[in-house]
Design a protein around this ligand. Structure first.
Ligand code: ZN
Length: 150
């Protein structure tokens, strides 16, 4: 496994739309594994492939209850609203308050290519929405209020 370099605000890749993964190949599994290692190495809650310069619809998230890997994730349902502070490995030293759905239902493929649906709330719901935004070139600072340096 290897740790990728995380690209930061100002790099145009972060603003592009990532492409769906048509087939889970050994290279995709390598990407997922390296993304997880990169995320843990950077002490992040989540990571999206565009953040390591790969325009594919792949995310990894660990909100404290174990690693979730999603390929081609999509939000099926949202419920409620919650505001909380958020940061991003690609926008270091910055946080802001972002309104997100309080609960989400997300569908995507796991590493075996099996269709999975998870229902999440709290930090996991927030992280999933944040990472899926990355796949569409959206950064949390686009949605945040009270953006501040830390
Ligand atoms: Zn981010």
């Amino acid at each position: 496994m290897a740790v990728y370099k995380i690209i930061e605000l100002g790099n145009r890749i972060l603003r592009e739309r990532a492409k769906p993964v048509p087939k889970i190949t050994p290279n995709i599994l390598k990407l997922v594994d390296n993304m997880a290692e990169t995320m843990y190495g950077a002490k992040g809650v989540g990571l999206a492939a565009p953040q390591v310069g790969v325009l594919k619809r792949v995310i990894t998230v660990d909100a404290g209850d174990g690693l979730i890997e999603f390929i081609n994730p999509e939000i099926l349902k949202t419920e409620g609203q919650e505001i909380d502070s958020e940061g991003c490995l690609s926008v270091p030293g910055t946080i802001g308050d972002v309104v997100r759905a309080a609960e989400v239902e997300v569908r995507g493929l796991d590493r075996r290519g099996k269709q999975c649906v998870i229902r999440a709330s709290g930090l996991l719901a927030r992280a999933l929405q944040h990472e899926i935004d990355h796949l569409d070139g959206i950064l949390f600072i686009d949605r945040a209020q009270n953006i501040r340096k830390i």
